[in-house]
Design a protein around this ligand. Structure first.
Ligand code: TXA
Ligand code: MG
Length: 324
């Protein structure tokens, strides 16, 4: 069993990573479970610690755009523009990979997912390394993404040596993923950069949304992979019924409390109705509610605009788990 240490020591993190070990790192979106992204043996340890199927590829994190583009054989004009506008930041791009990028990172796909994260500790760490960091979210497979060092510890205690503590993640929701199919920008996952901002940057509408097939693919007939979901059953507030003991239910609301549920069981994502604040609180509210032993967690959608789309996407996936 490995003793897990939490600290702010970049040199310690660097030593573990240079020795092909796995370390949890803070980013502006969620914590990542990182290892040398150019070393297949180190990458294999990520899959093992997270209990993630090898068929689900990983994002590579770089110190800057130049380093990221150096792992791709072709960089579309639109990718250059997006990088200039949103990096460092919560945008991941799928680009055709060079041979030296291990197949274990991309799960055998010809494209590699690249991103330059925006967190001071992790940027300093990346600056000190001569390789990128492969990192999925630092949760056990199928569980809620972590937005604090404590969330990571709760799930990965004794399976990784070090958690680099960078405080609470400011964005609180994973990166937006885009690809370039036949010259068209395609959205693969809604996230920290909203659709409106992408369209403004590109000066055109993005009409194609390809659901991330790997995340959605069934495990066995009738069974759908659950993602971003608490263990406690989660239902939309409109499905609240008389069979439920509402005194024993929690409620996650956007900006207004629910009249039927005890006030102490409620959490508002943003009292002021601010979508940025709501995104940063979403997973923290899932972790917190899951620790309360409620019979069920009721939740409402937020307005379907800007970051609200990304928030609603995660809420939908969390609710879907119960239908599976
Ligand atoms: O904000 C984020 O993106 C965080 C932080 C740590 O950077 N990372 C993250 O990683 O959310 P993960 O592994 O939990 O989600 C990445 C998603 C997965 O659904 C994976 O299937 C998809 O990106 N992905 C990665 N490489 C891909 C590829 N080559 N082609 C298609 N999808 C890919
Ligand atoms: Mg994840």
């Amino acid at each position: 069993m490995i003793q897990t240490e939490i600290g702010k020591d970049i040199n310690k993190a660097k030593l573990y990573l240079a020795g092909s070990q796995v370390v949890a790192i803070p980013t502006e979106t969620v914590y990542g479970l990182a290892a040398n992204g150019h070393d297949p043996a180190a990458v294999a340890k990520i899959f093992k610690a997270k209990k993630r199927p090898l068929s689900n590829p990983l994002i590579l994190h770089y110190k800057n755009a130049q380093a990221a583009f150096n792992d791709a054989i072709e960089i579309p004009e639109q990718a250059l523009l997006l990088a200039k506008t949103f990096w460092p930041g919560p945008l991941t791009m799928l680009l055709p990979k060079k041979n030296h990028v291990p197949d274990t990172v991309t799960a055998g796909k010809h494209r590699v997912a690249v991103r330059v994260p925006n967190h001071p500790l992790t940027m300093n760490l990346l600056e000190s390394l001569d390789f990128p960091l492969a990192a999925p979210s630092a949760n056990l497979y199928g569980c809620i993404s972590p937005t604090s060092a404590e969330h990571v510890l709760n799930q990965l205690k004794n399976s990784i040596p070090y958690i680099l503590d960078g405080g609470k993640c400011k964005k609180g929701i994973e990166s937006t993923i885009v690809g370039f199919d036949d010259g068209e920008v395609v959205l693969y996952r809604l996230g920290g950069i909203d659709l409106e901002a992408l369209e403004k940057c590109l000066n055109k509408k993005i009409s194609t949304y390809k659901n991330n097939k790997v995340e959605e693919e069934p495990l066995a007939s009738g069974m759908v992979k659950h993602h971003y979901a608490p263990k406690t059953p989660m239902h939309h507030i409109n499905n609240k019924s008389h069979q439920m003991n509402l005194k024993k239910c929690g409620f996650i609301g956007f900006n207004k409390i629910d009249k039927d549920i005890p006030t102490e069981n409620q959490f508002l994502l943003s009292k002021n109705g601010d979508l940025k604040e709501a995104a940063s609180q979403l997973y923290a509210s899932f972790h917190m509610m899951d620790g309360k032993n409620h019979e069920a967690i009721l939740i409402e959608f937020v307005p379907e605009i800007e970051l609200g789309r990304s928030i609603n996407d995660r809420i939908r996936r969390a609710i879907q788990k119960n239908k599976a």
